[in-house]
Design a protein around this ligand. Sequence first.
Ligand SMILES: Cc1cc2nc3c(=O)[nH]c(=O)nc-3n(C[C@H](O)[C@H](O)[C@H](O)COP(=O)(O)O)c2cc1C
Length: 157
Amino acid sequence: MSRVLVVYASQTGNTELMAEAMVDYLKAESCDVIIKTFDFDWVEPEELLEYDAVLIGTHTWDDGAMPYEVEDFYEEVEEVDISGRLFGVFGSGDSFYDIFGGAIDLVADRLEDLDANVLPERLKADLEPDKEDIERCRAFAKELCDKLQSASILEKI
Ligand SMILES: Cc1cc2nc3c(=O)[nH]c(=O)nc-3n(C[C@H](O)[C@H](O)[C@H](O)COP(=O)(O)O)c2cc1C
């Protein structure tokens, strides 16, 4: 059974709705899912190594910035070797702003710089996710599951 961490920062609940859609999908696929929020639960970078995959959700703050509660993660993630580890980054932003969902790109770039295996799509919803966005969240979680399955098949060869 794959162990997946879903950790997110959500101030008004939009990113949380995206996380919930992914968690529902992953649980239905029999993943062991641990859900955390950056505000209350974030512990240590070493913890990342306990999971087969990590999904990171973040809303975006002024001028495309990361919310302060994600900053420690952003700084400290380099303390562990995450090369080759599977991640996905998602979140809600507001396309009214010049830099739509900028925090999602900042986090995904950071993980890629550290040679993590990041899902190519950076999943962004415009404000509250609608039905179509929720489907995109499920598809995003499916892509993660597919990658986990291929990795476990390769391990068995
Ligand atoms: C002061 C402020 C600044 C914001 N700046 C941006 C921004 O630069 N880019 C963006 O995409 N969204 C921006 N947003 C919009 C939020 O990211 C958006 O409302 C999002 O849905 C919040 O997600 P949450 O419900 O998960 O907290 C800003 C919101 C606030 C309140």
